[in-house]
Design a protein around this ligand. Structure first.
Ligand SMILES: Cc1cc2nc3c(=O)[nH]c(=O)nc-3n(C[C@H](O)[C@H](O)[C@H](O)COP(=O)(O)OP(=O)(O)OC[C@H]3O[C@@H](n4cnc5c(N)ncnc54)[C@H](O)[C@@H]3O)c2cc1C
Length: 396
């Protein structure tokens, strides 16, 4: 099998490589959780202009408007990763809401929200989970009762990432309280500065307050802010979840982490010899490398099916489970490779890369839970992918 790129793709590779050399110095560094600053927004605009992000989003919504091309996507990721450059904004608005609006949103909603979200001017958070509705999301109780042209929203969301910096929330609200559990939910677009919203930070095990509790007291929202149809938000929510799980399973992020691991083999040493000299360490990293390759090819298979408008089946359903576990194992391996310095946290002269691996390890544990836990992913794979019997429901 010839895995070489054809001339067309080699030319494209040269084009992207030239871009990284000319513009690489403009790439922002640092956390993706923060609100996009001017540098992040300028870099995003540059990437869109060249078609290196938002490649297939139509021009009228601010995207590049190109044809879907899996190999070009791979080349863009490879070249930006190789040069250590930022891949563009990948917050919840860009990765989860925009594709949902493209699939289900009204023309008015697409015109209003896609471009400012894409360019980092509007930041979103996801209002799904509640204290009694996590894995069993359809048990959500936050209510929307009709009041003239408005809904009055009352309730309580939890684990809401980035709510403290977000302008908008895509929120699930029960608008038909008498309907069966999976019906009667509406998916709404809510400005975070609406009176009646109170945000309280929650510190995760990374030590940073990345998510929040959000309380709603008589929060007024116009009824035309619903995405899809009233009472049919469960389908919209699942469309967003599909994109969330795809985003959490991004093979490029895992490939970048693998590269960091390989760098550890070269830079860390035992008895004056680099870890790379020891078969025991090389072997561990090679095993991970094989799994990363498998993940990258699986992703290409899923993308190919998407382009042909076919369901990738199990190949799609395994993505989130596989990626989040693998990301966690990569971080765990890096911490092992760092030896005693791997146990350091916070300020220390000896901590490597500002404690990046320790932070990434803690963060990766959270992502095994967020977007649907591993146990729930296994249920989905078993029931929807393999056709096994549904798990018994407790009799209430
Ligand atoms: C880092 C992070 C970011 C998050 N960001 C957001 C966000 O932005 N917006 C948002 O709305 N939510 C967010 N969440 C919440 C996340 O979606 C929920 O934590 C998740 O769905 C699990 O729900 P839960 O915490 O209520 O746990 P529970 O549902 O109470 O689950 C507890 C345990 O029971 C297991 N379990 C539950 N049901 C079953 C079953 N049927 N079969 C087998 N095992 C089961 C679970 O796997 C888990 O181990 C985030 C969570 C994390 C960790």
């Amino acid at each position: 099998m010839d895995l070489e790129y054809s001339q067309e793709y080699k030319d494209f590779q040269q084009e992207v490589r030239a871009f990284t050399k000319t513009h690489g110095h403009k790439s922002p560094k640092g956390s993706a959780v923060a609100r996009p600053n001017a540098q992040v927004r300028e870099w995003q605009a540059l990437l869109i202009e060249h078609g290196y992000t938002a490649r297939t989003i139509p021009k009228q919504y601010g995207g590049y408007g190109g044809e879907a091309d899996i190999l070009k996507n791979v080349i863009i990721a490879e070249e930006l990763n190789r040069a250590g450059l930022n891949r563009g904004i990948s917050n919840q608005g860009v990765t989860m809401l925009i594709p949902t609006l493209l699939e289900i949103g009204s023309e008015v909603q697409r015109q209003q929200w896609i471009k400012p979200t894409l360019y980092g001017e509007v930041m979103w958070c996801q209002g799904y989970s509640e204290p009694s509705a996590g894995s069993d999301l359809a048990a959500l109780r936050t209510s929307g009762t009709e009041d003239g042209d408005d809904f009055l929203i009352n309730g309580h969301k939890i684990w809401t990432s980035s709510a403290h910096v977000a302008d908008m929330m895509f929120i699930l609200v029960r608008t038909e309280p008498d309907a069966p559990k999976h019906h009667g939910i509406s998916y709404m677009l809510l400005p975070m500065d609406t009176p009646g919203i109170e945000i309280q930070p929650l510190v995760s095990m990374t030590g940073v307050a990345e998510f929040n509790e959000v309380f709603f007291t008589d929060v007024r929202l116009k009824q035309d802010k619903i995405v899809g149809k009233r009472g049919e938000g469960w389908q919209v929510a699942n469309t967003t979840l599909k994109h969330e799980r795809g985003m959490l399973g991004d093979p490029d992020r895992t490939a970048r982490q693998l590269q960091g691991l390989i760098d550890c083999l070269k830079t860390e040493s035992v008895g004056g010899r680099p870890l790379m000299d020891f078969p025991v360490y090389r072997d561990r990293v090679l095993r991970i490398q094989a799994r990363v390759k498998a993940m990258q090819y699986n992703s290409m298979r899923v993308l190919t099916c998407n382009l042909k408008e076919q369901d990738a089946g199990v190949a799609r359903l395994i993505v989130k489970l596989n990626a989040t576990i693998l990301n966690n194992e990569i971080c765990e391996t890096a911490i092992d490779l760092l030896g005693e310095t791997g146990a350091l946290f916070g300020d220390s002269d000896y901590v490597r890369r500002n404690g990046m691996w320790q932070y990434a390890y803690m963060y990766s544990l959270g992502l095994i839970i967020g977007g649907g836990t591993s146990q729930i992913q296994k249920n989905i794979i078993a029931e929807r992918g393999l056709g096994l019997p549904r798990e018994p429901k407790p009799k209430l």
